[in-house]
Write a protein that binds this ligand. Structure first.
Ligand code: C2E
Ligand code: MG
Ligand code: MG
Length: 577
């Protein structure tokens, strides 16, 4: 099929030749006329009556000049060649006549002049064309750069999806339309679970391929008017517009969750990846783009915290929770200065004799507005904000001071366990700081035990083992807390400098519910620890039945409300007296 461009080209090509033919015919006709005027002895009757022959020859020569010029101006290269040939012809013919009469001399000069003029015009035309060409090229490259800049500013280069800026822009437009049409918009926040492990095991290039494949899969769940974007890393956002019922959002969410059922094939290996998804809906969860995205994010975090691989809708409770957490975080910054932190000490007893051998220091926060706050609530906040460092040091210092007081009163040495977070272990100064506190308070290092949870202890990061060895070198002992709840690794159990394993209360509870599996795990753990030369303590012992089972299983130590609840320092002193 002929395109419009081809057609115009053909048309102008034909017109060009037609023009040349017409001008050439005209030129040769006038040349013939000139020859006639110059050679006929008898003047041409009618013309001679109107005008003198020499004047007419002058006019004709000028017309020929005009035709030559028009040919160069209007008929491109071929026109120039035709004009040149015609004028050279005229010079030759006039030169022949010059032998007979000098009257043809002005004509020859005129033809030479016209050759100079048309050549100059042609050169000028060439220069102008080159100049226009250059401008056109620059304009094209500017257009290209503008397009590229626009793409870079609004698209993700890896997945070719819209980026955050474009998503927010479109969401604002969608909100404007939804307000006018009274429709709903679903904002869906998708975050992959454990995407880091794909990158770590398969490499970043394969991780990128997975993201591209995911972008293709999820795009298939959407309609044309919806926007799917990558916010960065493994975070994707989706806006589903023009909805009339919340159920319609749900249909899309279900489709998205289903798209993770099929494995991703990376280097011929099947990879199952799941996602945590948070949903907010306009106008219920917010009336502007920023708020809607923030609330979808809050819902996504809730999905992550409640076990991953699920979706959660934003709700008033969720939003209130976040607000409360923000308020608590602000208050936590002042907790130390306001003396709102204090410690409980929970006794740990020897199973065989029931005598107290040590205590676990348990942190509490008594806030003026919120009252007594559990460490399970504020420790994660302290970890997130970095406040765990000063708070952790305060705990260690307070424990050492209490240890000193106890020794002065009672003369006996008790082991005191201090819980430590991963964030504290990351600090390269922590061991030096603990060492200074121990020296300043003249604490016997053998009385201090550092407790870290199993998930921290068996964390793959090399600094964990390094830090534990440094602590061990100080002379303190190491306990593994909540044993059995994380990913235990027997080889790391062998490698780590562990003195005590604390069996989690989840298994101890199983003794009362008659769970034969929990009982078997407890017995197995005690046996394993004994074979490795590690002591075992059972946490959260609440009943006589649990105590008797643990005694029979030869668990070394016991901690729990059955013997002693966590006590204040003064209560501990009374108890020991
Ligand atoms: P954890 O280290 O496993 O502490 C044992 C938890 O079990 C304590 O909860 C204790 O009060 C509770 N418990 C002890 N016996 C019983 C019992 O018979 N029945 C029941 N139901 N519970 C019992 P608590 O004090 O709320 O501490 C919770 C967690 O907070 C601790 O778990 C520990 O991981 C963390 N934590 C406490 N103090 C600190 C601290 O100073 N620093 C750090 N990083 N974490 C701390
Ligand atoms: Mg503990
Ligand atoms: Mg524990």
């Amino acid at each position: 099929m002929k395109t419009k461009k081809n057609f115009t080209f053909e048309y102008s090509f034909k017109l060009n030749y037609l023009r040349i033919i017409v001008y050439v015919i005209f030129y040769f006709f006038t040349s013939f006329l000139l020859k006639k005027l110059a050679t006929e002895d008898e003047p041409i009757p009618v013309i001679h009556m109107l005008i003198e022959s020499s004047v007419l020859r002058g006019i004709i020569t000028q017309l020929q000049m005009l035709v030559s010029l028009l040919l160069v101006l209007k008929a491109n290269r071929q026109g120039y060649v035709a004009a040149l040939v015609m004028n050279i012809y005229s010079i030759l013919v006039s030169s022949i006549f010059l032998i007979q009469s000098p009257a043809s001399l002005p004509g020859i000069i005129a033809y030479i002049e016209i050759i100079i003029i048309i050549s100059t015009v042609r050169d000028y035309k060439k220069e102008t064309a080159a100049y226009i060409n250059e401008i056109e090229k620059n304009r094209n490259s500017l257009e290209q750069s503008e397009k590229r800049l626009h793409y870079m500013a609004f698209y993700d280069p890896l997945t070719e999806l819209p980026n955050r800026a474009l998503f927010m822009n479109r969401l604002e437009q969608s909100i404007y339309l939804a307000k006018r049409n009274s429709t709903l918009i679903g904002v869906i926040f998708i975050d992959l679970d454990a995407f880091k492990s794909v990158n770590d095991t398969m490499g970043h290039a394969e991780g990128d391929n997975l993201l591209k494949e995911l972008a293709r899969r999820l795009s298939a769940c959407l309609r044309k008017e919806d926007t799917f974007s990558r916010f960065g890393g493994d975070e994707f956002l989706l806006q589903v517009v023009n909805l009339h019922k919340i159920q319609e959002v749900n249909t899309v969410v279900q489709k998205i969750m289903k798209s993770f059922d099929k494995p991703f094939i990376i280097q011929n290996v099947e990879f199952f990846v799941s996602a945590s998804v948070g949903v907010s809906v306009f106008p219920v969860d917010g009336e502007d783009a920023q708020v809607l995205v923030k609330n979808a994010d809050i819902a996504m975090y809730s999905a992550k915290n409640s076990g991953k691989n699920r979706f959660v809708y934003c709700s008033t409770e969720l939003k209130n929770d976040v607000i409360k957490q923000m308020k608590l975080t602000n208050k936590l910054y002042r907790a130390l200065d306001c003396n709102e932190l204090f410690l409980y000490f929970q006794p740990q007893v020897k199973t065989a004799t029931c005598e107290i051998v040590g205590f676990e220091a348990l942190l509490r926060w008594n806030n003026s507005e919120y009252g007594l706050i559990s460490p399970t609530v504020f420790i994660p906040l302290a970890e997130k904000t970095g406040l765990i460092k000063p708070i952790g040091l305060w705990v260690i210092k307070t424990v050492c001071e209490e240890c000193k007081k106890c020794r002065n009163n009672n003369g006996k040495n008790y082991r005191i366990s201090i819980n430590m977070s991963l964030e504290q272990l990351k600090d390269i100064n922590i061991v030096n700081e603990i060492s200074t506190i121990l020296k300043d308070t003249t604490t016997n290092t053998r009385n201090i035990q550092i407790e870290i949870t199993e998930s921290i202890a068996f964390n793959e990061e090399p600094f964990v083992l390094k830090r534990l060895l440094e602590l061990k070198n100080l002379g303190v002992s190491i306990a593994i807390d909540d044993f059995g709840t994380g990913f235990s690794s027997l080889s790391r159990l062998k490698l780590f400098p562990i003195d005590l394993l604390k069996i989690d209360m989840e298994f101890v509870r199983g003794i009362s519910t008659g769970s034969s599996k929990d009982k078997a795990i407890i017995k197995g753990t005690i046996q394993l620890a004994k074979n490795l030369g590690i002591e075992v303590l059972a946490e959260g012992v609440e009943t006589h039945e649990q105590f008797m089972f643990l005694k029979e299983a030869e668990c070394d130590e016991i901690q729990g409300n059955y013997f002693h609840k966590p006590l204040l320092a003064d209560e501990v002193r009374l108890l020991l007296d």
